[in-house]
Design a protein around this ligand. Structure first.
Ligand SMILES: *Cc1c(COP(=O)(O)O)cnc(C)c1O
Length: 346
């Protein structure tokens, strides 16, 4: 297969969607004020406020690691701790950045059900120790959609935020795939965030068809104090900010963000349906967003790799992750499914 054939390893293997690309080209005319004082950045922030039906504070960062880490750092002091799931990106894939940017706030791991935190799991961790020798819990972070392709329903987020309120915790949402969650649930962005008690959302653009960029939305505006300084100090203030913000205008203005997420989700459903009856194949998690986690045999995984397929196997022996993107071709999904069928019967 050609080097640039569509793959399912990650949704960041895909390129830039036409809407984001066109907005960047449109922004690439003439001069504009720098460091976010430009009209594109103002327009993007206004789009977010309209989309979320609230007057939130909006910031832009280059990637998700920075967005999550800086957001978490703004929610706690160095002696505080952050409760997250054992599979959370902040724990497994950010190289200690949340601890680094918060000057040492410790991540406390909670058990999950299908990748999701529950009020009981949060309570267990938060109440385990309350003495001076242990870092004081101050934040819960949950990932929507989760790292294993499941989604939190609005009532689940609400139950978690209720627990947070009782325990004096702020609630952060890693929304690297927030679009996929919205498309999957058919809920409004507001219902899944501030209306359900989320204080801060990191909204992913990269995996939704942009080149780079995540937006950080503070629904609890008091928590955004000096966040601009935090971004600047961390090297996250783009001087030509219009190129980070214009693509957001491009994907938000006509709902491309939601259409593409829906397409990726449907491709994941298609893949799951196509391999459902293959002997020896089982789904590791319910398919609720754009990821399909399959349990296959080790020889089958090796055979798929030999056929040129790329996928991640970080979920344990025989487990493979297949992610669909905004531009995933259905014919390619069928081709992958047919190859899975073949290698499993070899
Ligand atoms: C991709 C991803 C991020 C962002 O990662 P970066 O590589 O830093 O942009 C954050 N959270 C989750 C769950 C992700 O999958």
């Amino acid at each position: 297969m050609p080097d640039n054939a569509q793959q399912f390893a990650s949704d960041n293997y895909s390129g830039i969607c036409p809407e984001a690309w066109a907005a960047m080209a449109e922004a690439n005319q003439g001069h504009q004020r720098a460091y976010g004082d430009d009209e594109w950045t103002a327009r993007a922030a206004d789009h977010f406020r309209r989309l979320f039906e609230t007057d939130c504070e909006v910031f832009f960062a280059f990637n998700g690691t920075a967005a999550n880490s800086l957001a978490l750092a703004s929610l706690c002091q160095s002696y505080h701790s952050v409760i997250c799931s054992e599979t959370a990106h902040v724990e497994t894939d950010e190289c200690g950045a949340p601890e680094f940017f918060s000057n040492g706030s410790k991540l406390l791991l909670a058990r999950t059900e299908n990748g999701k935190l529950t009020p009981a799991a949060i309570r267990e961790v938060a109440l385990k120790r309350q003495d001076i020798h242990y870092p004081k819990p101050r934040v819960v972070t949950l990932t929507q959609a989760t790292e294993v392709g499941t989604v939190y329903r609005p009532e689940e987020v609400r139950a978690i935020s209720q627990t947070c309120k009782e325990l004096g915790l702020n609630l952060h949402m890693d929304g690297a795939r927030f679009s996929n969650a919205c498309a999957s649930l058919g809920c409004s962005p507001a219902e899944l965030t501030w209306k359900a008690g989320v204080d801060v959302l990191c909204f992913g653009g990269t995996k939704n068809g942009m080149a780079v960029g995540e937006a950080i939305l503070f629904f609890n505006k008091a928590l955004a104090e000096d966040f601009d300084y935090r971004c600047k100090q961390a090297g996250q203030l783009a001087s030509k900010m219009r190129y980070l913000s214009a693509p957001w205008v491009g994907i938000l203005q006509d709902d491309a963000w939601l259409r593409y997420a829906g397409h990726a989700n449907r491709c994941a459903q298609l893949l799951a349906a196509q391999v459902e009856d293959v002997p020896g194949v089982s789904l590791m998690f319910p398919v609720e967003a754009n990821g399909v986690f399959l349990q296959l045999s080790e020889p089958a995984l090796a055979a798929l790799t030999a056929r040129g397929w790329r996928f991640y196997t970080f979920i344990g022996a025989g487990g493979a992750r297949f992610m669909c993107s905004w531009d995933t071709d259905e014919a390619r999904v069928r081709q992958l499914a047919a190859d899975i069928r073949e290698v499993m019967s070899a």
